[in-house]
Design a protein around this ligand. Structure first.
Ligand code: ADP
Length: 626
């Protein structure tokens, strides 16, 4: 539905904002409450992009709210700035700049440590505002006298003063805010944000520079906070010092959780519940300070019974009624199969190797393996974990177009070897040369961008997304490079994206399930999607770590067939324990034992090799060959 009516949400929002001043008074809303809800809603748009869409829980948003607010208020009250809108925009830019610097520090850590850093930084800002900068910020008195905006239209001037008179100005700002936020979450950058939230490790491995994307989300959230902070001053005709307090950050987190994260409208709905409850409990019931106790109980109940917030709860009810799956977020953000494509443009940072390497690109098969050009060469590769030698002095070469198998008992060092080849872990010593370039010490992202990636032994999927959305995220890195700020571009308009996703769906035999959420896939399908994620990055060398692991015999037969078809025109290295399958697939096989290369040869040579038989079967000769 949303695909067919791309501006439906925007139109409904506009209609709601226009209708609100007529409807809200009927249910007892004071104009000031409606205005405050809009400011919190706008503040929350950026925060939801950061927390709901990118998965970064910050308790430090008050720092940017206060920064934007005080810069705008200072310009308007002390520096004699005449233009309110311009002051708000300058406040927003100041908050975004501060957000960039804070993000550089805070994003060095993840999870709880990231959240702790944001709390600490917000506290520092609060202190700085009250003490060293008190001359500029007014300290505990704040900055009184913030003017309200007027817009000159030539023939007349619109004055926005207080109450419902100020409402149209705030509603206009909120509308612009939601239009931009919807563009962002529907853009390729928005898709990468969701990938980071669901599985940052895989987002990195499929070639996205997640640090830059996280920083982008952080700056966006700071910019929204800064603009909303400026509006707070306008709304109250006074910039209050408590904009900087931890309470402000905490209230924003709670309102977003109550309304529903990753919905964009969640913070607005949460603010409506919070502020109207506050008015009702404090003023109507006269609970005074005890209102927070009741609010606390309401909050706990909401979080317990509506884990996805009010909007998430309504969406679940709607899906239940219409028989659809629970929709956690707008589903019109990824490309439709036959979406129109823009004229092709080269991706800014995509490596030349990948631009030319579509999933079905042919590779040169040479009869004589020894004279073929090597795509990968490892020399003296060693990995030491403390006293344990996981890999020891491995020399390894794979030629273009080859399908190499790697076998070895458990603990032989196979996975470690793959991790070093894809630069997930650095070798203790040795070098890796891929496509003629020394890639030793590079990042997984850069190596993937050069065309070397792997599928994981344990599935690393984007669990909250559909099959198509998963493959889209992987394909995006091949088409756009590791970082690109196409924030307002429609994902449907990326040339070649939907074709690449469709090709990959066919390659891994998932054409019947493109819109199925990962959580609803059978295990065999998840394994195929795992391979599909690697394939969609258009690798010139694909490593597969135990692609048959955990499969039923029937699934194994199907997957071996699939691997055979994928290997056409591709260079692949496969680790597996299923020797029958591997001997059927591979042209040459390398046997690892105790971190060293035991032997290398054709499947027949390996089967007949007595050392291999001893390593595997404790000297029962001839069993492998049988
Ligand atoms: P395989 O894939 O052949 O089963 P691995 O490469 O997983 O073997 O492991 C090789 C050896 O290295 C094992 O003894 C394993 O315990 C050890 N090892 C692997 N990863 C680590 C790690 N991160 N820290 C310490 N030891 C490790």
């Amino acid at each position: 539905m949303l695909k067919q009516r791309p501006f439906l949400i925007e139109a409904l929002t506009a209609a709601g904002l226009i209708a609100a001043p007529f409807l809200l008074p009927l249910i007892g809303f004071a104009p000031n409450t409606a205005n405050r809800i809009l400011v919190w809603g706008l503040f929350g748009l950026g925060f939801d992009i950061l927390f709901g869409f990118t998965g970064l829980l910050s308790f430090g948003q008050s720092a940017f709210y206060g920064t934007g607010g005080f810069v705008a208020a200072y310009l308007l009250t002390r520096a004699g700035f005449p233009n309110v809108m311009l002051a708000l925009v300058i406040g927003m830019i100041a908050a975004a700049a501060v957000g960039y610097l804070v993000g550089l520090i805070a994003l060095r850590r993840t999870g709880i440590y990231f959240a702790m850093i944001t709390v600490a930084i917000a506290e520092v800002f609060f202190f700085v505002e009250f003490n060293p900068l008190a001359d500029w910020t007014g300290g505990e008195n704040g900055l009184p006298g913030v003017p309200t905006p007027s817009i000159h239209l030539g023939f007349t001037t619109l004055h926005f003063t207080t109450g419902w008179s100020l409402y149209p100005f705030l509603a206009f700002c909120y509308f612009i805010g939601i239009v931009l936020a919807l563009r962002i979450v529907r853009s390729p950058v928005g898709a990468v944000f969701r990938a980071i939230r669901d599985n940052p490790l895989r987002a990195t491995a499929v070639g996205h520079n997640i640090h830059s994307y996280k920083l982008t989300a952080f700056v966006i959230a700071a910019a929204y906070a800064g603009f909303a902070g400026g509006l707070l001053g306008v709304l109250q005709a006074f910039m209050p010092p408590d904009a900087f307090t931890f309470d402000t950050s905490g209230q924003l987190v709670m309102q977003t959780a109550i309304g529903g994260r990753a919905t964009l409208f969640g913070p607005l709905v949460g603010a409506a519940v919070w502020l109207s409850l506050q008015d009702f409990l404090q003023a109507t019931l006269g609970l005074g300070a005890a209102w927070k106790l009741v609010l606390g109980i309401v909050f706990v109940l909401l979080v317990c019974f509506l884990r996805n917030g009010i909007i998430g709860g309504i969406a679940s009810l709607y899906d239940l009624a219409t028989g659809k799956r629970a929709a956690q977020e707008p589903k019109d953000v990824l490309p439709a199969t036959n979406a129109p494509a823009e004229q092709p443009q080269p991706a800014a940072e995509a490596s030349p190797a990948r631009q030319t390497d579509a999933p079905s690109a042919p590779a040169t098969h040479l009869e004589d393996g020894t004279t073929a050009s090597p795509i990968l060469q490892a020399r003296g590769l060693t990995k030491r974990y403390g006293g344990l030698l996981a890999n020891s002095d491995i020399d390894f070469r794979v030629n273009r177009g080859e399908l190499r198998g790697i076998i070895g008992p458990n603990g032989a060092g196979k996975s470690t070897f793959f991790k070093m080849l894809t630069c997930e872990v650095p070798p203790t010593s040795g070098t890796i040369v891929f496509e003629g370039n020394d890639i030793t010490g590079m990042t997984v992202t850069d190596v993937c961008q050069r065309g070397l990636t792997k599928s994981y032994q344990v599935n690393q999927l984007f669990a909250g997304l559909t099959v198509r959305e998963n493959l889209t995220i992987a394909a995006l890195s091949a088409l756009r490079g590791k970082f690109r700020l196409d924030l307002f571009r429609r994902i449907q308009n990326i040339p070649g994206l939907s074709e690449r996703v469709e090709q990959t769906l066919e390659l891994v035999n998932l054409t019947a399930r493109p819109d199925t959420p990962v959580s609803e896939l059978a295990y065999g399908e998840k394994r195929r999607l795992e391979i599909g994620l690697a394939l969609a990055t258009a690798p010139s060398l694909l490593l597969l770590d135990e692609p048959l692991a955990g499969m039923s015999p029937r699934e194994r037969v199907e997957t071996v067939k699939l691997l055979k078809s994928i290997s056409q025109g591709r260079t692949m290295i496969i680790i597996d324990h299923d020797m029958d399958a591997l001997f059927e697939l591979a042209e040459r096989v390398t046997v690892l034992q105790e971190g060293r290369v035991l032997v290398e040869g054709t499947p027949q040579e390996i089967k007949n090799n007595t050392t291999v038989q001893e390593a595997y079967l404790g000297g029962v000769h001839g069993v492998l060959a049988a």
